[in-house]
Every structure is written in C-alpha cells, then in structure tokens.
Ligand binder design. Structure first.
Ligand SMILES: NC(=O)C1=CN([C@@H]2O[C@H](COP(=O)(O)OP(=O)(O)OC[C@H]3O[C@@H](n4cnc5c(N)ncnc54)[C@H](OP(=O)(O)O)[C@@H]3O)[C@@H](O)[C@H]2O)C=CC1
Ligand SMILES: CC(C)(CO)C(=O)C(=O)O
Length: 305
C-alpha cells in the first residue's frame, strides 16, 4: 500500500465497530488519527482479512483534550448524535468536513443543527459489516466502502482515503443511494436483532420471502419520497445481506447481543414515518417497529435496574 497521500489530521468520534475500522484504516494509510471516546480505551485492535492491526491512534476522553480538525468522522449510533455535540464544537472550525458515517436517511437534518457556523456535513453511507466483540476489539467481516454525495468534498474525501483499504464512491443522486443503503438494513437488522441470530437466517427460503415482503413495503415508501428505486434494488439489497453470511450479523443484532440500546427509530422508524406521510400501508414494518421498541425498552430498563 503506497503512503503518498499527504498526511491529514482526522478525528473519529466513536471507538466502536465503524469508528474502529475507519480509524485503523486511515491511520494505516498514513494519517494522524485521534479517536474521541465516551468509554475509555488503552488500545484498539482490528481483525481483518486474517491479520490483526494495532493502529497507533491517539485517544481522547473529553472535548477539552482536542483542537480543531479538517476532517471529523462521526460514527456514533444515530440516536447518540446529540450526545456528541461537545466533541463537534471542539473539533469543528469553518473549514471542517464532518463525514457522518451512520445508518439512516437523514444524516444532514440530524447533524447540521449541531455544527458551528461554516462546518460542513457530508452524509456518508457505510457498506461494511464490522463487529465490536469487546471494548476496543473490532472484527471486520465484510467490505469497507463509503458512498458520499458527489462534489468538491467527495473528491477531497476520495483523495484522503485513496491509499487506504476503504473504497470511497461518490454518487450523483444521494437520496436514491440512501434509500438503497437503507434497504440493506430494513429487513436484515430487525430480523437478526429480534431473533438474535446472524445473517444466515436470510438464507432460509421462508425468511427470505418475509424479508422481501418487508422490503417491498419500504420500496413503496422510498418511491413516494422521490427515490428512483425499483424491485431490482430490493433483490440487490438481499444479495448484499447474503454476501455477509455466515459469520457476520447486523449492527442492530450486535447491539441486542451486547445489551445496548437499538437504532430502530432511524431504520424501521424511518420507513414507518415515511409511510405515515404518504398514507402507505406498511403492516410488517409497523409490527417490527413495535417489537423493536419493546426489545429496546427492556434493554434500557434492565440497564437502569
Ligand atoms: N457495524 C456495522 O457493520 C455497520 C454499522 N453502520 C452504522 O454505523 C454507525 C456506527 O455503528 P457501529 O460502529 O456499529 O456502532 P458501535 O456501537 O459499535 O459504536 C458506536 C460508538 O459510538 C460511541 N459513542 C456514543 N456516544 C458517544 C459520544 N457522545 N462520544 C464519543 N463516543 C460516543 C460508543 O461508545 P461506547 O463505547 O461508550 O458505547 C461506541 O463506541 C451506526 O449508525 C450503524 O448503524 C453502518 C454499516 C455497517
Ligand atoms: C448492511 C449491514 C446489514 C451490514 O452489516 C449494515 O449496514 C448493518 O449491520 O447495520
């Protein structure tokens, strides 16, 4: 791997699966990377393609410890975005680009109100399967691709990560791209999390049919929201899910397994809210949302008690 890209300073907010992977690969490509943490870590390892990387990262535990950066990768779960406001204030100057590497379709609406004047949100879709198996121990199962809206920042982002194991793609129609990415989550994440089983469950023909029905509801909502998607995108998303099997899961499954709060409001919730706006019936997604809310409530109550 060449190290010819000029070294940049990158701050990654969140030391979980996606934060750990992007930090490790960016550091390997020659960048100076600070991991901004909620829970302290002394070391982070990334198991990938048969090797274990131990990237030389800086660890910061509070916003007072960091200065402004040109690049910030925001990798908290979507529901934890507001909690990262202190980091964003400390890290962002007028030229900062914040790559919001999260699932969901409303990255810009979620993050823009939290940024100081001038800083830019770059919504970023993550095509990868990465698991935090213990604090600071990250296992990479599949793929490492980021999709961003085309433009000047996308070109700079592509150059930033050109020598890394992360592939950046810029897309012309980001709304469509975001719904396509959401399709990879709308069936797989609830089913794996509710059943507490890995992605292989989608290989079962009966489960595959139900997953397709869940996604066809989401397809109707996506089309009503202006995304240029069709049934081929549903099949492509399911093929993408099957490519993750057998040892991978989904981010919502990993959260349920570890007893962490779930991200359902930004995945299934996005479909149900869109359906309500357009009067589209989505009974399967509505049922999944009710079940995920119940599972999440139990997780939160057991944390408190
Ligand atoms: N995992 C995957 O394969 C994929 C995930 N995604 C998406 O990427 C995003 C990140 O997911 P993932 O990495 O899996 O999630 P993780 O739960 O593994 O990591 C999130 C990290 O954010 C940290 N965090 C939360 N709040 C703060 C805060 N205020 N300050 C600093 N750190 C904070 C958490 O800290 P703590 O350690 O205290 O919990 C945790 O380490 C999600 O939107 C997810 O849906 C997208 C594609 C694939
Ligand atoms: C595509 C998928 C399902 C891959 O792991 C993902 O985005 C997630 O886990 O949230």
């Amino acid at each position: 791997m060449s190290s010819s890209a000029p070294s940049a300073r990158i701050a990654v907010i969140g030391g979980g699966a996606v934060g750990g992977l992007t930090a490790a690969f960016a550091q390997e490509a020659g960048h100076d990377v600070t991991l901004c943490l909620r829970s302290p870590l002394d070391e982070l390892t990334l198991s990938t393609e048969g090797e274990v990387l131990r990237p030389a990262l800086r660890f910061a535990g509070a916003p007072e410890e960091v200065a402004q950066h040109d690049w910030v990768f925001l990798t908290t779960k979507a529901q934890d975005t507001e909690g990262a406001t202190g980091w964003l204030n400390a890290l962002c100057g007028p030229d900062t680009v914040v790559a919001v590497i999260q699932n969901g379709i409303d990255h810009t609406e979620r993050v823009a109100p939290l940024l100081p004047a001038g800083a830019e949100v770059m919504p970023t879709l993550a095509f990868m399967a990465v698991e935090r198996v213990a604090p600071g121990r990250i296992v990479h199962h599949f793929n490492s691709e980021l999709h961003v809206p085309e433009g000047r920042s996308a070109e700079r982002f592509e150059a930033l990560l050109a020598n890394s194991r992360i592939r950046v793609r810029s897309v012309a129609d980001f709304r469509t791209a975001a719904w396509r990415k959401l399709f990879t989550n709308v069936a797989a994440n609830p089913l794996t999390a509710l059943l507490k089983q890995r992605m292989h469950i989608i290989e079962d023909p009966e489960m595959y049919e139900r997953a397709e029905e869940i996604l066809l509801e989401a397809l109707a909502v996506a089309q009503a929201e202006g995304a240029l998607v069709d049934e081929k995108d549903v099949r492509r998303a399911l093929r993408g899910n099957l490519a993750v099997a057998p040892d991978g899961g989904t981010s919502t499954f990993y959260d349920r397994l570890a007893g962490r709060p779930l991200e359902h409001e930004h995945i299934t919730g996005a479909v149900v809210r869109g359906a309500d706006r357009h009067g589209i019936p989505v009974p399967l997604n509505r049922l999944l949302l009710t079940m995920l809310r119940a599972a999440d409530r139990e997780l939160r109550e057991s944390h408190q008690g």
